[in-house]
Design a protein around this ligand. Structure first.
Ligand SMILES: [Zn+2]
Length: 408
């Protein structure tokens, strides 16, 4: 079924090898897709509130005289467990490595009582004018700093970077035009969103505990994380969000003049304050330490990456068995490997044109109307190159040697 879809997408020959055309069309093999769905479904129960019936079933404590649920996995004997090997047991095993971060029933997320309901006029998101040139945007941020140079304003500028699976976040807090606090945090195996939210949580907490601060300005290159703070939907970083929201609620309740502003400062601006933080982030050399638990979000990403890795390995193994797949390289001279992200690397390059897509697929899979193909499938047909310089019209000859195509 998937093969038919790939042929339809690419306009490939019906005899084209499945692995090749499915990779070109950015379609992961069905078995890997099912594996990914299974892995994802194993971590779904951790989104649910603790009193949910699924959590009762996952109760692994030793059997009580009157258990809350007689079907809980804790009441199964070892033999029964080995026979069951069910989804719930796998899910429980997985739960030991995941940090519980969902708090959907936290009072900060109560409908009607959320910060966005009560204090909607106390926070704002601002973008520097995109149409302006970089120099003018930087000037806009300079003016913002000048306007808020009184001791009652605090400016938080932060940045995060991830290298070799270690996230480093650095935040600089300025008050009355001079640096007040500098913080550095680093952690292994977390997503950039978590690193950014943690830094915001820590910096906002520090500033809120200073006396006489009435305005907080957060300058970041990731407005997405800032907007997440006020997102009440089930989000895997709810434990951070609840902490930030509780802090902001106290801050807003202190005085009706207290407010917070979020400003986006794209890294390309190289604005002086942001540049300092960025420089510190990149020059900091953290010592890696392995966490015993990872976050839900990271687990989801890791599972997907592991499955893509398996797909790539499987593809490479099949390719080396002589499938005639033409290896191409990207701008950094790395061999292009299969991926389903954004339609896959091949369709990104030639998916815009049907005819180009069909021809490129024929060339890459070596299933094209050329002599080499005739020799393989229709040996009675002509297979020498019309240039008369080569006995067989092969893909290699056409791409590298044939004079008929010299102009290309
Ligand atoms: Zn030729």
């Amino acid at each position: 079924m998937q093969r038919r879809a790939a042929i339809w997408i690419l306009g490939a020959f019906k005899t084209s090898p499945s692995e090749g055309i499915e990779a070109l069309a950015g379609l992961i093999l069905v078995k890997y897709h099912i594996q990914k769905l299974t892995e994802r479904s194993l971590i779904c129960p951790f989104k649910l509130p603790e009193n949910h019936i699924i959590h009762q079933l996952m109760d692994n404590s030793s059997p009580q005289p009157n258990p809350s649920n007689p079907h809980a996995i804790g009441s199964l004997t070892n033999c029964q467990r080995n026979i069951a090997k069910g989804h719930i047991i796998d899910s429980k095993t997985k739960s030991y490595g995941i940090f519980p971060s969902f708090e959907p029933l936290h009072q900060e997320f109560t409908p009607g009582q959320q910060i966005s309901d009560i204090f909607s006029n106390r926070f704002s998101f601002n973008l520097v004018n995109k149409k302006e040139k970089n120099i003018n945007c930087a000037q806009e941020l300079n003016n913002l700093v000048l306007l808020n140079s009184s001791p009652s304003s605090a400016i938080i500028v932060f940045d995060t970077s991830i290298k070799d699976n270690i996230a480093t976040s650095i935040a600089h807090v300025h008050q009355a035009g001079s640096p007040l606090i500098k913080t550095i945090h680093h952690a292994s195996f977390i997503t950039s969103s978590e690193a950014e939210l943690f830094t915001m949580r820590y910096s906002i907490d520090q500033v809120c505990h200073k006396d006489n601060i009435s305005k907080i300005i957060v300058i970041t290159d990731s407005m997405h994380s800032a907007k997440c703070i006020f997102d009440s939907s089930a989000y895997p970083l709810q434990s951070h969000l609840a902490a930030i929201l509780s802090e902001l609620r106290l801050f807003f309740n202190k005085s009706q003049n207290n407010s917070i502003e979020f400003w986006k400062c794209p890294s390309r601006l190289k604005w002086r304050f942001h540049k300092d933080v960025d420089k510190d982030t990149k020059s900091f050399k953290p010592t890696p330490s392995l966490p015993c638990k990872i976050l839900w979000d990271y687990c989801r990403k890791k599972d997907s990456n592991d499955i893509i890795k398996q797909w790539k390995m499987c593809f490479q193994a099949l390719d080396s068995e002589g499938n005639n797949f033409l290896d191409l390289v990207d701008n950094d001279f790395n061999t292009i490997k299969p991926s389903y992200i954004k339609e896959g690397p091949w369709l990104q390059a030639f998916g815009h044109s049907n005819s180009l897509c069909a021809r490129a697929t024929q060339a890459i899979t070596n299933h094209a109307p050329i002599g080499e193909y005739h020799l393989r499938f229709f040996p009675n047909k002509q297979f020498s190159c019309p240039c008369n310089k080569y006995p067989i019209e092969t893909r290699r000859h056409i791409l590298h040697e044939c004079q008929r195509f010299n102009e290309y």
